[in-house]
Design a protein around this ligand. Structure first.
Ligand code: NAD
Ligand code: WQD
Length: 346
């Protein structure tokens, strides 16, 4: 009989919290491990409210091998051994990774090797990993296929590329180990209820939460980083995908890990469509009825002009494709931000 207990590291975060709902809806029983370094307990309270089921939570760090041993042992003794780990826990700010690379290598790479060692001791053999399209670096050709060369341009991106290599080598050691690295493009939006969403601490690093904070009056205007790129309107183009589509991709990946022929797979999760900064701003204005004041700024160092996915492999291996439109991403993101102007603190 299939055992459906999962360990979800970083489950209180933005993508993790949305994925918990999708996993529960699919019949899984997630146990969450999070150190709340970039999240708050209120998130899980809301996931429980939306799902109607209690969520088992352990406050702690993926770099704590003893804690992981205890957790895996306890679940095995309960008769519900962990079948698969869904591994979101990581630091994710590109600029901070340049300023403090060792914190990133320690948390993201060291944390993952500690987790894998504990999985080995507990004989947990499947893992789904949050990788990133950032592993590709400057595009040689678009869309990015999974065969595109790996050439990250900052320490954060290198931690993702290194963990992928670690997973490939770990999975190749036999004994039915399976690792699936999901290379996310740009997840945005929020749960359609408006109850869950993205709540960055301090000034948002990413475009979409910056736009929603301008709309709600927390920031004066959006700085558009570069209007002289070789794109449709000169602003940067990205492949934005709805966080609920991304969450569904994880359910498929957990199922795939249970039956994959290959020990290791790296799979793009994106829509295959590019949207410019100004196109996203216009779509958001339509969805929210708000005007977003913009000011043109020089390019942000390290940015590329355009990025979008070839999502064919995700469809072939996982049977997944993104379903939700840019309009829906904006409407759901606005519902979340307008109902929670101060995020989970409000
Ligand atoms: P997030 O910061 O909201 O979530 C990460 C969670 O992990 C947080 O709740 C944090 O408290 C927890 N965490 C961090 N280090 C930990 C540790 N050592 N032990 C235990 N918990 C720890 O980020 P997110 O946007 O939900 O991203 C989730 C994953 O997806 C990350 O691995 C990130 O690198 C990756 N990713 C994110 C994006 C994006 O645009 N948001 C894109 C590509 C990949
Ligand atoms: C999107 C576009 C900016 C902010 C980053 C990480 C990547 C991944 C996702 C985790 C670009 C422009 C942005 C602003 C702007 N994270 N922009 N004004 O850079 O594609 O990816 O987040 O893996 O690793 O690098 O996303 O949202 O920061 O930027 O004009 O205030 O918006 O120049 O063209 P990016 P982003």
């Amino acid at each position: 009989m299939m055992n459906r207990t999962l360990l979800v590291t970083g489950g209180a975060g933005y993508i993790g919290s949305h994925t918990l709902l999708a996993l529960i809806a699919a019949g899984y029983r997630p146990v969450v491990l999070d150190n709340y370094s970039n999240s708050v307990p209120e998130v899980l309270r809301r996931v429980q409210q939306l799902s109607g089921v209690p969520i088992e939570f352990v406050e702690g760090d993926i770099r704590d091998g003893k804690l992981l041993d205890g957790l895996f042992q306890r679940k095995a003794q309960d008769g519900s051994p962990v079948e698969c780990v869904v591994h979101f826990a990581a630091l994710k700010a590109v600029g901070e990774s340049v300023a403090n690379p060792l914190a990133y290598y320690d948390n993201n790479v060291g944390g993952t090797t500690t987790l894998l060692s504990a999985m080995d001791r507990a004989q947990v053999r499947h893992l789904v990993f949050s990788s990133s399209a950032t592993v590709y670096g400057e595009p040689i050709e678009l869309p990015y296929s999974e065969q595109h060369r790996i050439a990250p341009t900052n320490p954060y991106g290198w931690t993702k590329a290194m963990v992928e290599q670690v997973l490939k080598d770990w999975a190749a050691t036999g004994e039915a180990r399976r690792a699936v690295a999901l290379r996310y493009f740009n997840p945005i939006g929020a749960h359609a209820s408006g109850v869950l969403g993205e709540a960055p601490q301090g000034t948002p690093n990413n475009l979409f939460p910056f736009i929603t904070q301008v709309a709600v009056g927390k920031r004066e205007k959006l700085m558009v980083f570069g209007d002289d790129y070789d794109t449709v309107d000169g602003t940067g183009v990205r492949d934005y995908l709805h966080v609920e589509d991304l969450a569904d991709g994880h359910v498929r990946a957990v199922q795939y890990a249970g039956q994959a022929a290959e020990p290791f797979s790296a799979i793009n999760l994106g829509t295959g469509r590019g949207t410019s900064v100004l196109q996203l701003v216009r779509a958001f204005e339509q969805a929210s009825g708000k005007t977003i004041a913009c000011t043109m700024q020089p390019r942000r160092p390290g940015d590329i002009a355009s990025a979008w996915a070839d999502p064919a492999l995700a469809y072939r291996l996982l049977g997944w494709k993104a379903e939700r439109s840019i309009e829906q991403m904006c409407a759901d993101g606005w519902r979340w931000q307008s109902q929670n102007p101060d995020g989970y603190g409000g």
